[in-house]
Design a binder for this molecule. Structure first.
Ligand code: B12
Length: 444
């Protein structure tokens, strides 16, 4: 059975034809397809091998896609659509696949599968995996082994696999419930060598993998990428000793301890990766990718204090400097911040979202503007870089007054840090299928 796993570009189709790799003068660091790489690592462990075609970053033309699909002749194609605006590309890619291989199984996973109804009725997708992919996809692969083409569709068996959405025997959308999830002890870092092989096979150059690591060659990209805030003496020291080394990303947890109404939660609970796995990934990033600074790309960092302290110690042990985002202001005290700073943390970014208590309550953030002020104040006292423009406007209940309250609050935080009071553009709240905000609006 030939399994081909593909990342899917986001945005309009006209926007997806310019390759993101090699980066040239692109300012933004490309996004690593961690979701499918994790899936492939797990599949490999239980005996299924697969290739990765990083369509999102290579952005091939239709002709090139056709050439590479013909080369692979897949039995199963897994498409990873991590954002809702991957939809146009899912439509395009599945159409090409279906024309080439009428019987191929096409499975779509990632956050877009929250809109499975649209995908299944309007594109050539056969099955969606909703939520964590490892267990449902593996069960699907076992099923595909017995039913190698979609002509042999057997609904009875599909109904038994949790975490799927498909069109059932009565032509109705069927969602089989929450996906089973790997236990924390089974979660592993993804195999980066697989990615390299895929870039070599479909992009002609495995070394493109180095493009995912930002060089530390000017102060601006350090403050923009790793710190997203003030430099402070530690940042400058790090810069001086790490010039021409690189910044990488790592994930140390899955899930979040909160349930903010605007977030598309995809995973249940809060699971932390094993420390030895983290340590071996750090060594790999240092040795193979010349990385000295790491940004934690977690959904919600530092919420498990024991794990967070352990992670900080590992960074210090390997002389890696780090920053993190997605932190709740109530998860870190002054003492915690001090400890993290002593263990090489340079910057921290909190999910602030609003300066209006009324809106914070609507978002169910479960903290106060005072908590936010204290956390930023602690960063200032300790000299830890932090960002204050992490605001969103447009939630239900938002009024001119609450927007002004937010702007004033953001300005007060900037004043506290000693920065220019001008507040930059906030983000706009957007209703996404499967989140509370969306259901709230859809039900009206
Ligand atoms: C880390 C993160 C980022 C990182 C990217 C890291 C990366 N390399 O992908 C950064 C900070 C760069 C980022 C940026 C953005 N992000 Co973001 N991000 C996240 C976050 C916090 C975690 C995602 C993650 O890495 N999860 C861990 C991996 C392992 O899971 P995964 O990719 O989902 O894959 C699993 C499953 O989805 C499934 N799966 C995935 N693919 C496939 C394929 C198949 C075939 C199968 C069977 C299964 C499957 O199995 C995988 C393993 O279990 C989520 C929050 C959340 N609730 O998940 C938001 C989230 C995904 N981001 C979101 C958004 C909106 C963005 C931005 C557009 C923000 C902005 N305005 O700029 C940008 C887009 C960047 C881009 N062009 O891709 C939204 C997406 C909502 C939506 N439906 O569109 C989320 C859900 C947050 C939210 N608002 O609720 N993000």
């Amino acid at each position: 059975m030939k399994i081909l796993m593909c990342s899917v570009p986001d945005g309009s189709l006209s926007n997806t034809l310019k390759p993101l790799l090699p980066r040239g003068n692109h300012y933004q660091v490309p996004i690593q397809p961690v979701g499918i790489l994790r899936l492939m690592t797990w599949m490999e462990k239980v005996g299924y091998s697969s290739d990765i075609y990083d369509i999102n970053n290579l952005r091939p033309s239709d002709e090139e896609l056709i050439k590479n699909f013909k080369l692979t002749k897949p039995t199963v194609v897994g498409l990873s659509a991590t954002l809702s605006h991957c939809y146009p590309s899912v439509k395009r890619i599945t159409k090409i696949l279906r024309e080439l291989f009428p019987d191929v199984w096409i499975v779509v996973g990632g956050h877009l599968s929250g809109s499975a109804n649209v995908l299944l009725y309007k594109t050539e997708t056969d099955i969606c995996v909703v939520g964590d992919g490892e267990i449902p996809f593996l069960k699907l692969l076992d099923y595909f082994k017995l039913h190698p083409t979609r002509r042999q569709l057997d609904h009875t068996e599909l109904h038994q696999i949790k975490g799927l959405a498909f069109i059932d025997e009565n032509h109705k959308l069927k969602v089989t419930g929450n996906a089973e999830q790997l236990s924390a002890s089974d979660m592993q870092n993804p195999d980066l060598d697989k990615h390299r092989l895929g870039l070599q096979k479909f992009g002609g150059n495995g070394d493109l993998i180095h493009e995912f690591y930002e060089p530390i060659n000017n102060l601006l990209n350090l403050t923009e990428n790793l710190l997203q805030g003030d430099l402070y003496p530690e940042g400058l020291k790090f810069y001086e000793k790490s010039k021409n080394k690189k910044i990488g990303t790592i994930q140390t947890v899955r899930g979040c301890v909160a349930r903010c109404t605007f977030c598309q939660r995809y995973t249940k609970g809060y699971r932390v990766y094993a420390p030895n796995d983290l340590e071996s990934r750090i060594i790999e990033l240092k040795e193979k990718y010349n990385v000295r600074g790491i940004s934690l790309d977690d959904e919600n960092s530092l919420s498990n204090r024991t794990q967070a302290y352990g992670t900080a110690r590992i960074f210090k042990k390997h002389d890696i400097y780090w920053s993190c985002g997605g932190v709740r202001v109530t998860s870190v005290t002054y003492e915690d911040l001090k400890f993290y700073k002593e263990n090489n943390m340079l910057a921290i970014r909190f999910g602030i979202e609003s300066g209006s208590q009324k809106i914070l309550d609507i978002m169910e953030k479960k903290f106060t503007t005072k908590d936010v002020y204290n956390a930023i104040s602690n960063c200032k006292k300790l000299g830890v870089a932090t960002a204050t423009d992490q605001l969103m406007i447009g939630m239900p209940g938002e009024t001119k007054e609450t927007v002004i309250e937010s702007a004033q609050f953001a300005a007060s935080l900037k004043y506290l840090l000693g920065n220019d009071w001008n507040v930059s553009n906030p983000f706009l709240a957007m209703a996404i299928p499967r989140e509370h905000l969306y259901m709230n609006i859809a039900s009206k």
